[in-house]
Design a protein around this ligand. Structure first.
Ligand code: C2E
Ligand code: MG
Ligand code: MG
Length: 552
C-alpha cells in the first residue's frame, strides 16, 4: 500500500479536528481507508495504551484491546464497512485499558464516500460507558475504578489501611448448572450479604469477575476474625432459590502503611496473596508477607521501584545465563536465561523476590517482551560459535495470557533474525492459572513455528501431569527439590526413574536442574536423563562471563 501524502495527511488532521470539536468528550478516531492510516484521540491512545496518535492498521491493533468474546462481532462489522457492504458502525464491546480492566464501550462510526475513490474516510467516536461511572450495575457496589480511585486518594492523604480481596472458587459451575441469570443473582445475593457483614468496617467494592475488595482501617486480627465468620456462614449455609450452595471462600490481604508506592503494586500484591490462599492455603486468609509490617513496607517499596523501572524501558534489569550440558558428554548444548534486577545501591535482586508478584501486574508483559528480545540478542552471539545452541527462556502466565503473545514472540524472532530451532520456551507451574485451551493453542502455534517447549518445575504443583497431557513438551525439567538428596535418598532416585519413563511416554527429553556435585551426576546418569543444569557446571553468569567461559 502506498504511503499517505503530506497533503492527504493535513486533510485528515483537518477533518479530525472538526470531528473532535463535536465529540462531546468522547474519544475520536478517523481513518483514511485508502492507506488504512488513522489518527486517534490522545486520551484514547493513553487510556488504552495504543502505540501512538497516528497509526497504520489501527483496526488490527484495536482488535487486540477488545475482549476476545466480542472480537468476532467487531471484525465482521469492520469487514463489512471496508468492503462497502454497510456504511454505519454502531456496536458495543468491551475494551481493555492500561490497568487491564475491561470497559464497556459504545462505538459509533460512519463511512464517508469520496467521489473518486469510493469509501474513503471512516470516522467515529468511542464512548466509554464504564470509566467515569463508579458503580457496578449488577451488585450496586462501588466498582474497580472506584477502588483504584479511593485507594489512591487514601495514599495521597497518607491514610493507613488494610485491604482484603475476597472471592470464591468454582463459581462458573453455578453458571453452567443453573444458567447465567442464576449466577448473577447468586453474586448479588452474596455481595449484599457480605456488605451487611462489613457495613461498619469499611468500604466494599466489586472488582473484576466475582472478586470483592474490602478497604478498612480494622486491624489484621479483626479481619481474621471477620474472615473466619464469613467462611463458616458462606461455606456451610448459603441458599438461593431453596438450593444449598457451597461457595468455598478464598481471601488475600495486604497492609498499607507506606505511601510512596503505586496503587497497581498494591493490587498485584493483593492478587498474589489471594492466589496463594486459593491454590496453596486451602482458602485460609493469606496476608501479604505474613502481615509483618516492616517486611511488607520494604517489599511494597521494592516492588514499586522495580515496577517503575519496567515503565522506564526495563532499566536495571539484566539476564544471567546458566549453561545446560549434554548428560553424556557434558558439552554445552544450551543455556537458560535468568532475570536479575539491580537496585540503585548495586544490590542484585533475584527473580523469586519479584516475579511471582509482578506477574499479576498489567505491566508484566512489557518486561516479558524485553526478556525475549534481550535473550535473543545475546543468544545470537553464542550461536555464532555453537550453531545448535538452544536458548531457554522462562515464560510467565501473564505473558501467555495476553492475546497477542504468539505474535509478540514471532515479531521478536523476525526483528532479531533469531532462528526458531535455537529457541526453547519454558512453561512454569504457575501457568496452571491459564485456561488449558488457551495454553494448548498457544503452545501448538509456537511448535508450528519450530520453537521448542519445556515444562519447567515438573512435579512441583498439582497439575504437571495434566499440563503434560495437553501440551506437547520437548523437554521436561526436573526441579532441584526432587534430586537434591539423590545421593542418599533412594526414593529420589526412584522418582527420577519414574519421571524419565514418563517423559519417554510423551516423547520428551529430561533435563535435571540443580546438579551440584559429581556424586549427583553419577547417580543420575544411570537413568536416561538427557541434559544437566546446575552449579557443578556453572552458576548463572552475566553474558560476558558466559562468553568468556565458553569461548563463544
Ligand atoms: P527456574 O526456571 O527453575 O530456574 C532455575 C533456578 O535454579 C535458578 O534460580 C537457578 O539459579 C537455580 N539453580 C540452578 N542450578 C542450581 C544449583 O545447582 N543449585 C541451586 N541451589 N540452585 C540452582 P533463579 O535464577 O533464582 O530463578 C528462580 C526462578 O525465577 C526460576 O526458576 C524461574 O521460575 C524464575 N525466573 C527466572 N528468570 C525468569 C524470567 O526471565 N522470566 C520468568 N517469567 N521467570 C523467571
Ligand atoms: Mg526455568
Ligand atoms: Mg526449573
Amino acid at each position: 500500500m502506498a504511503s499517505i501524502t503530506d497533503l492527504e495527511k493535513s486533510k485528515l488532521d483537518e477533518l479530525f479536528d472538526t470531528l473532535s470539536l463535536v465529540s462531546e468528550g468522547a474519544d475520536v478516531f478517523l481513518c483514511d481507508m485508502k492507506y488504512d492510516y488513522s489518527r486517534w484521540s490522545k486520551s484514547a491512545v493513553d487510556f488504552y495504551e495504543m502505540p501512538g496518535e497516528y497509526m497504520t492498521g489501527a483496526g488490527e491493533i484495536w482488535i487486540n484491546r477488545i475482549h476476545p468474546a466480542d472480537r468476532e462481532k467487531y471484525r465482521e462489522n469492520i469487514e463489512d464497512l471496508f468492503s462497502g457492504k454497510i456504511d454505519e458502525h454502531n456496536i458495543q464491546y468491551r475494551a481493555v485499558d492500561k490497568n487491564g480492566i475491561y470497559n464497556v464501550c459504545t462505538c459509533k462510526g460512519h463511512v464517508m464516500i469520496d467521489a473518486e475513490y469510493g469509501p474513503r474516510y471512516f470516522a467515529g467516536v468511542i464512548r466509554n460507558q464504564t470509566a467515569g461511572g463508579y458503580i457496578d450495575r449488577l451488585t450496586g457496589l462501588a466498582n474497580q475504578q472506584a477502588f483504584f480511585r479511593d485507594v489512591k486518594q487514601k495514599m495521597d492523604d497518607k491514610e493507613s489501611m488494610n485491604i482484603v480481596l475476597l472471592g470464591t472458587s468454582h463459581f462458573t459451575k453455578f453458571n453452567d448448572m443453573y444458567g447465567y441469570d442464576f449466577g448473577n443473582r447468586l453474586l448479588q445475593h452474596a455481595a449484599r450479604y457480605i456488605q451487611d457483614m462489613v457495613s461498619d468496617m469499611g468500604e466494599l467494592y466489586r472488582l473484576d469477575g466475582i472478586k470483592l475488595a474490602l478497604v478498612t482501617n480494622r486491624s489484621i486480627e479483626e479481619i481474621q476474625d471477620f474472615y473466619s465468620r464469613l467462611k463458616d456462614i458462606v461455606e456451610a449455609n448459603f441458599r438461593l432459590d431453596g438450593k444449598l450452595i457451597d461457595l468455598p471462600v478464598n481471601g488475600g490481604a495486604v497492609e498499607v502503611d507506606t505511601f510512596e508506592i503505586d496503587v497497581n503494586t498494591i493490587y498485584s500484591c493483593l492478587t498474589h496473596a489471594y492466589e496463594q490462599s486459593k491454590y496453596e492455603a486451602g482458602g485460609s486468609l493469606v496476608v501479604f508477607e505474613n502481615g509483618v509490617s516492616e517486611k511488607t513496607r520494604e517489599k511494597l517499596s521494592l516492588l514499586t521501584r522495580i515496577r517503575n523501572c519496567v515503565a522506564m524501558g526495563c532499566r536495571g534489569f539484566m539476564l544471567f545465563y546458566q549453561p545446560i550440558v549434554d548428560a553424556k558428554t557434558e558439552k554445552l548444548i544450551g543455556a537458560e536465561a535468568l532475570i536479575r534486577w539491580r537496585d540503585k545501591d548495586g544490590q542484585m535482586v533475584p527473580p523469586n523476590d519479584f516475579i511471582p508478584v509482578l506477574e499479576n501486574d498489567s505491566q508484566f508483559p512489557v518486561l516479558g517482551e524485553w526478556i525475549l528480545r534481550e535473550a535473543m540478542r545475546q543468544g545470537k552471539k553464542i550461536i555464532e560459535s555453537y550453531p545448535d545452541f538452544v536458548m531457554s527462556i522462562n515464560l510467565s502466565y501473564a505473558q501467555i495470557q495476553k492475546i497477542d503473545f504468539v505474535n509478540v514472540v514471532e515479531k521478536a524472532m523476525e526483528d532479531m533474525d533469531y532462528p526458531a530451532k535455537n529457541l526453547c520456551l519454558e512453561i512454569t507451574e504457575r501457568c496452571r492459572l491459564i485456561d488449558m485451551d488457551r495454553l494448548e493453542s498457544v503452545t501448538f502455534q509456537l511448535h508450528q513455528d519450530g520453537i521448542k517447549i519445556a515444562m519447567d518445575d515438573f512435579g512441583t504443583g498439582f497439575s504437571s501431569l495434566y499440563i503434560m497431557q495437553h501440551v506437547e513438551c520437548d523437554t521436561v525439567k526436573v526441579d532441584r527439590s526432587f534430586v537434591k538428596d539423590v545421593e542418599i535418598d533412594e526414593r529420589e532416585e526412584k522418582l527420577v526413574s519414574v519421571i524419565t519413563d514418563l517423559s519417554k511416554i510423551y516423547g520428551a527429553a529430561t533435563c535435571v536442574e540443580g546438579i551440584e556435585t559429581e556424586g549427583m551426576r553419577d547417580v543420575l546418569r544411570k537413568y536416561p536423563v538427557t541434559s544437566f543444569q546446575g552449579y557443578l557446571y556453572s552458576r548463572p553468569l552475566p553474558f560476558y562471563d558466559f562468553m568468556k567461559k565458553y569461548g563463544a
